[in-house]
Design a protein around this ligand. Structure first.
Ligand SMILES: Cc1cc2nc3c(=O)[nH]c(=O)nc-3n(C[C@H](O)[C@H](O)[C@H](O)COP(=O)(O)OP(=O)(O)OC[C@H]3O[C@@H](n4cnc5c(N)ncnc54)[C@H](O)[C@@H]3O)c2cc1C
Length: 301
């Protein structure tokens, strides 16, 4: 199938892009890497009257470490490939560096943007889960320079549903830079490496003197949006690692999931896969690898 007809604009400034978006509202779409957009257009799942191509806007490029080293800014035009190979990301955002290995295939990574993934909010995508786990701020701009910062936990709220309004462009994501006592874990199950996750887990915690604190454990791929486990955080607070604790956390985190039945399997299968993956990520982060055999022969992405 081919896309319906649409107008195309390629502004060279953010102000111009925001003005166009304000003028056309929900009839317009921002075009970043186009890796998800063109599939939805060609399948006629969406039929905007105007595409606003942001690729010429210099202000949206670049990965930058803040002067006080408190956070890393990833601009809206940073491609997945740039995030994946960035020394700044490797050093200051180890979770993103780990997760990037699982994002799509080289051709998609060369065009697809890291912020585009946040804007789209696919429930099986890695970047939304990492943003929630790291407590990132997503920066949205609308006409007349109106800018607001939305914490990732408040940004995603349903299947492809986010706090972004029709007249807003996601201009950058701000990720807290890692601290010396922090540890990170990431893993996912996918049919083939680089495919969207069937189930994935992202983890960040403080780990000093053998004691876990401030655990943020996010499961994605199971529910319409990534789920940050409050039960896992409560159970782990002030505890030393043990396999028994891992079991307890996995059980509690899975109880907070509400998986749908879809082509990847039944809710029961997804809960089993999530539990195994959570145990695996916890053990890899805090202790010796646990026996986290994945049921039903799913491959380890
Ligand atoms: C074969 C294939 C495999 C893939 N596998 C994975 C995978 O394993 N993991 C994964 O995470 N992704 C995967 N993707 C998706 C890929 O990462 C996309 O590129 C990404 O989700 C969207 O980024 P984009 O820059 O291409 O956005 P576009 O396709 O240009 O836009 C997608 C949507 O987001 C909106 N948008 C984009 N940027 C902005 C912005 N700055 N402000 C406001 N709205 C914006 C657009 O209007 C559109 O609605 C895959 C894609 C393909 C085709």
């Amino acid at each position: 199938m081919k896309a319906s007809g649409f107008q195309y604009a390629r502004p060279s400034s953010l102000e111009e892009a925001c003005a166009l978006l304000a003028e056309h509202g929900s009839d317009a779409r921002v075009l970043a890497g186009g890796q998800s957009m063109f599939a939805t257009l060609n399948l006629r799942l969406s039929a905007p009257s105007l595409l606003i191509d942001i690729n010429r806007i210099e202000a949206l490029k670049g990965i930058v470490l803040a002067e006080d080293a408190s956070h890393v800014r990833i601009g809206a035009l940073v491609r997945h490939a740039e995030t994946a190979s960035s020394p700044l990301v490797e050093q200051h955002l180890p979770l993103l560096h780990m997760a990037m290995r699982h994002v799509a295939h080289p051709a998609v990574r060369n065009r697809g943007t890291t912020c585009g993934s946040l804007a789209l909010a696919d429930p099986s995508a890695e970047m939304p889960a990492c943003a929630i786990t790291l407590d990132a701020l997503l920066v949205l701009q609308s006409r007349d320079g109106g800018v607001r910062e939305v914490p990732a936990v408040d940004y995603f709220f349903g299947l492809y549903e986010t706090a972004r309004q029709d007249d807003e462009i996601l201009i950058e994501a701000l990720y807290p830079a890692c601290q010396p006592q922090e540890v990170f874990g990431f893993d996912e199950l996918a049919r083939r490496h680089g495919d969207f996750a069937m189930v994935g887990v992202a983890l960040r915690a403080s780990y000093a003197g053998g004691i876990i604190s401030d655990l943020r454990l996010t499961t994605f791929g199971t529910d319409p949006m990534p789920i940050l486990s409050t039960a896992a955080a409560a159970l782990a607070q002030g505890q030393a690692w043990s396999v028994a604790l891992g079991e307890e956390i996995a059980r509690a985190a899975v109880a907070e999931l509400n998986p749908d039945h879809n082509h990847f399997g039944s809710p029961e299968v997804k809960r089993l896969q999530a539990a195994a993956l959570i145990r695996r990520v916890l053990a890899a982060t805090f202790g010796a690898p646990a026996d986290s055999t994945i049921p039903y022969g799913a491959s380890h992405g």
